[in-house]
Design a protein around this ligand. Structure first.
Ligand SMILES: NC(=O)c1ccc[n+]([C@@H]2O[C@H](COP(=O)([O-])OP(=O)(O)OC[C@H]3O[C@@H](n4cnc5c(N)ncnc54)[C@H](OP(=O)(O)O)[C@@H]3O)[C@@H](O)[C@H]2O)c1
Length: 273
């Protein structure tokens, strides 16, 4: 099967490509380097030439922070919306959209609201559209994993508040396996939360990352959310993940029932070691 994979150069896209190619798919990887820049692909017709000979589409383009020319509404809503509609015109039935856990119309951040807007377009089309909503995705090449590992390796682990925010990290291999299964499963449109088997606190997550590197658990340094929010107005320019919106999303927590993913995979998702 010939699959168009957008976001092919990203953390998720690279792993999805590897898994799909391992299963015999022909993957046509798209990114700005291959001339597919979402900012200029807002009309259905912009996608037509790129869909010739394509049998399924996986959309893994996303940004966690906006910049002057990279806007949530363009990248998460308008361009993928045009892509999904173009799939209908091109007779492509199966589309997998990588969204995000917590995406909803009333979500507290523009990131999650724009993800929801894109998801809604897919859900409304006559396609076998899969909306996969991952929580925090971790894996050796993940940018957030690297940042959290650095924090976890400090003598005192800095926490947002008391570090009691609930998260449910999911391994990149489980997300990529889910994408492949979706491409192989005839289905009505479905939305599946992609979460690990157990929820944990942010503090427990950092301690686990620390232990994974052969260190003992250590003391923590709770930092008031109000301080971090003030600091993040400058820090966001150094580390995009350190953006006020991302602190708010962490504070809100991100957990879900792992049963639907387990049913899709035919096994429980991986435990965090
Ligand atoms: N990682 C996580 O923990 C996590 C959790 C939940 C949801 N997600 C979602 O999963 C998806 C992939 O995330 P990721 O972690 O793989 O992100 P990533 O590593 O930052 O990759 C983002 C991808 O988007 C592409 N992209 C950015 N701007 C673009 C543009 N204007 N036109 C075309 N492509 C563009 C990038 O390609 P180039 O820059 O090479 O052009 C890259 O391939 C996103 O939708 C994200 O919201 C990720």
């Amino acid at each position: 099967m010939r699959v168009l994979l957008t976001g092919a150069t990203g953390f998720v896209g690279r792993k999805v490509r590897q898994v799909l190619e391992g299963r015999g798919y022909e993957v046509v990887g798209a990114s700005r380097a291959t001339g597919i820049d979402f900012r200029g692909m807002l009309a259905d017709a912009d996608w037509r030439a790129h869909l010739e000979g394509i049998e399924a589409v996986v959309n893994s383009v996303g940004i966690i922070v906006e910049s002057a020319d990279q806007r949530f509404d363009t990248l998460h809503h308008r361009a993928p919306g045009a892509l999904f509609r173009a799939c209908v015109s091109a007779g492509i039935r199966r589309v997998v959209q990588i969204s995000a856990l917590g995406a909803s119309a009333g979500a507290p951040t523009g990131y999650l609201r724009s993800k929801h807007a894109g998801d809604e377009i897919l859900r409304g089309l006559p396609l076998e559209g899969w909306v996969l909503r991952p929580s925090l995705v971790y894996g050796p090449e993940g940018r957030s994993t690297a940042l959290f590992r650095r924090l976890a390796s400090l003598p005192l682990i800095p926490l947002v508040g008391q570090g009691d925010q609930r998260i449910q990290p999911v391994h990149i291999d489980d997300l990529a396996a889910a994408v492949a299964i979706c491409l192989e499963t005839a289905s009505e449109s479905r939305t599946v939360d992609i979460v690990g088997p157990q929820a944990m606190t942010f503090a427990q997550w950092l301690q686990r990352l620390r232990v994974q590197t052969g260190r003992q658990e250590t003391l923590t340094l709770p930092l008031p959310l109000s301080w971090l929010l003030a600091l993040s107005r400058i820090g966001r320019h150094v580390a995009p993940l350190f953006h006020p919106d991302n602190l708010h999303m962490l504070q809100q927590g991100s957990t879900a029932d792992p049963a639907p993913l387990a049913a899709l995979l035919g096994r429980m998702p991986r435990h965090v070691p």
